[in-house]
Design a protein around this ligand. Structure first.
Ligand SMILES: *[C@@H]1O[C@H](CO)[C@@H](O)[C@H](O)[C@H]1NC(C)=O
Ligand SMILES: *[C@@H]1O[C@H](CO)[C@@H](O)[C@H](O)[C@H]1NC(C)=O
Ligand SMILES: *[C@@H]1O[C@H](CO)[C@@H](O)[C@H](O)[C@H]1NC(C)=O
Length: 323
């Protein structure tokens, strides 16, 4: 083969992008839940000190794992995890970032003192999300079926003043009698109306958001990617310790990252149990109960126990903790 021929063959290679060793993580960057990813990437993720490996967070979520092969990890509540697993059986839940007890706030002035009093009321929540799962499952414990109350869509608000189409504004304007969604909206709703005039319901055993870390079977089979993911999970493990005993600097970093006022953030912090939680039988039990509900609303077959056990892959976390 002549030299010219060799060059011609090699030339296209020169135009290939240099292989990047950065981990790409897709998640919604608006919520308190995702902030351990930011903290871990900035402070602890350092897979090879001499290299320039980084972890980059981009907007998105679990669906990106199926649509964009450059995405290695994603974070979302278990609800989106299960919905996407129905479309792509290669998705794996590999860790828990935070478990959050969602809250539902209601107007005492509307005659609401117990969950059963929500019969016939207008309740704000976001259809198709973990918030709706929470509201419906919580009300079901008081014997209320879906037709016993009206759900009203709205937007979340992370910082006052809240726009008219957000739940805290709908709630203080009495356009809804109650609402249930992730924080900090509920806290802002309580503050807008005043603690004395509202009643707050929550029950972590009925519903808690299990905000999790996901990857795919393909990514986890690739030795290099897996090693970076394991290293990132170690960085998260260090982050949880920091988040469990937050300093003012941590509150301030989280507040700035998601544009939340620190006093509001402090009020909701106790409802956040920072990972890794349990990836064991109780998680699979929890997912199985939620999947029964999702399968009905999404009109699909519920997953078998074996499928749910396959969805939760504990091996990455175990590998990370072996050090
Ligand atoms: C993730 O998916 C969303 C919705 O399809 C899209 O808008 C976004 O650009 C994707 N992000 C990445 C990093 O691929
Ligand atoms: C939470 O829900 C469970 C299951 O319905 C129930 O047994 C328990 O009493 C509830 N806890 C509270 C504090 O209401
Ligand atoms: C995980 O975090 C715990 C608590 O900080 C720590 O004791 C342990 O060494 C960490 N494990 C690894 C592998 O970093």
């Amino acid at each position: 083969m002549g030299l010219l021929h060799l060059l011609t063959l090699a030339l296209p290679l020169l135009h290939l992008p240099t292989p990047t060793l950065s981990l790409r993580i897709a998640c919604s960057q608006q919520w308190v839940e995702h902030t351990p990813l930011v903290y871990a990437a900035r402070n602890f993720y350092n897979p090879a000190a001499a290299s320039s490996d980084t972890a980059t967070i981009t907007n998105g979520g679990v669906p990106n794992l199926s649509s964009d092969r450059s995405i290695d990890l994603a974070a979302n509540a278990e609800t989106q995890g299960l919905k996407n697993y129905a479309r792509n059986k290669n998705i794996r839940l590999i860790g828990i970032l935070v478990e959050v007890t969602y809250r539902l706030v209601a107007h005492k002035g509307a005659g609401i003192n117990t969950l059963a009093d929500l019969r016939g009321k207008r309740i704000g929540t976001i259809a198709g999300t973990s918030a709706e799962v929470f509201v419906r499952q919580l009300l079901a414990t008081a014997g209320l079926a879906q037709g016993d109350y009206t759900t009203v869509n709205g937007n979340v608000c992370m910082k006052a003043p809240c726009a008219a189409d957000t739940f805290p504004a709908q709630f203080s304007g009495r356009r809804i009698d109650a609402f249930g969604v992730w924080e900090t909206s509920v806290e802002l709703g309580i503050q807008a109306v005043g603690e004395g005039d509202v009643v707050v319901f929550k029950n972590a055993s009925v519903y808690r958001e299990v905000y999790s870390l996901y990857s795919t079977q393909e990514k986890l089979r690739d030795a290099g990617t897996r090693q970076r993911i394991v290293q990132f999970v170690r960085a998260l493990n260090q982050t949880y310790e920091v988040f469990k005993r937050p300093t003012e600097a941590v509150y301030s970093m989280v507040g700035q990252t998601v544009n939340v006022d620190v006093p509001v953030l402090k009020n909701v912090w106790e409802d956040h149990v920072w990972g890794p939680g349990s990836l064991g039988k109780d998680l699979v039990d929890f997912l199985e109960r939620e999947d029964q509900y999702l399968a009905r609303t999404d009109r699909r077959q519920a997953f078998t126990r074996a499928e749910l056990e396959q969805f939760v892959d504990t091996s990455v976390y175990e590998e990370a903790m072996r050090g």
